[in-house]
Design a protein around this ligand. Structure first.
Ligand SMILES: Nc1ncnc2c1ncn2[C@@H]1O[C@H](COP(=O)(O)OP(=O)(O)O)[C@@H](O)[C@H]1O
Ligand SMILES: [Mg+2]
Length: 224
């Protein structure tokens, strides 16, 4: 039996702002196996991004239990969560969030630099992963000097440079045309399969969702 990357039980999330409160997640039960690629679908406002933030330890559920790689993040202090995010989780969003003053090589190397890896080793590994996403010829370019598809591929390289066991993607093809979207999907799938990483990807792109191992649909704060 494959190990579980994520296990969540009865996760609830309520946003409170003064006297207003909005229950966005109303009891989510979810298991993602190591190496599994799961698509997260559902209408806008259903709570997909909210769930991804919780699974990626960027936010906390209001109640329920969560296990990420066998650990319950609710008992962890921020520095410990930072460490897990840095070492074990990769993030890819609709926008690339590359740092504009750094080359693609420096951007891709950043998670390793933050983890304390030497500049030399970080740059070497960045060059390797950039070549895996087809950017060998662009390593010294600034983000503004490459195309949207290339920016997203560089963001994927940065997300995967630590070879994380979990990759969280929030609308990764949302800013790309169909062809560029399919390109990034294939790269995500290839890298994840190679590293046996679990992937959870929120998307409106039906082709992308259909090529996942499993589709998880959220409707009105619950899994349909
Ligand atoms: N930080 C926040 N504070 C208050 N409400 C929020 C916050 N983030 C999201 N929401 C609300 O939660 C609901 C779900 O949002 P979200 O998780 O972004 O949905 P999705 O990603 O499926 O479109 C929406 O109604 C949104 O307005
Ligand atoms: Mg969203």
């Amino acid at each position: 039996m494959a190990e579980l990357a994520i296990s969540a039980k009865d996760l609830k999330k309520t946003y409170t702002d003064g006297t207003n409160s909005l229950e966005v997640l109303k009891g989510i039960d979810l298991e993602i196996k190591q190496g599994e690629i799961a698509a997260l679908t559902g209408p806008s406002g259903a709570g997909k991004s909210t769930l991804l933030h919780i699974l990626g330890l960027m936010d906390q559920a209001t109640s329920g239990t969560l296990n990420v790689f066998g650990q319950d993040p609710s008992g962890l202090e921020e520095p410990e969560k930072d460490l897990i995010r840095n070492r074990k989780v990769g993030f890819l969003f609709q926008f690339h969030y590359l740092l504009p003053s750094m080359t693609l090589l420096e951007n891709a190397a950043l998670p390793l630099r933050i983890a304390g890896t030497s500049a030399k080793e970080s740059m070497e590994k960045a060059a390797v992963i950039l070549s895996e996403v087809g950017l060998s010829q662009r390593v010294h370019h600034l983000p503004s000097r490459v195309s949207g598809g290339e920016q997203q591929r560089a963001a994927l390289a940065r997300a995967m440079i630590s070879r994380p066991k979990l990759l969280i993607c929030d609308e990764p093809t949302g800013n790309l045309d169909l062809e560029r979207g399919e390109e990034i999907r294939q790269l995500i799938w290839n890298l994840a399969r190679k590293e046996n990483s679990a992937v959870i990807v929120a998307t409106h792109n039906l082709d992308l969702a259909k090529s996942a191992d499993r589709i998880i649909k959220i409707v009105d704060g619950r899994i349909a």
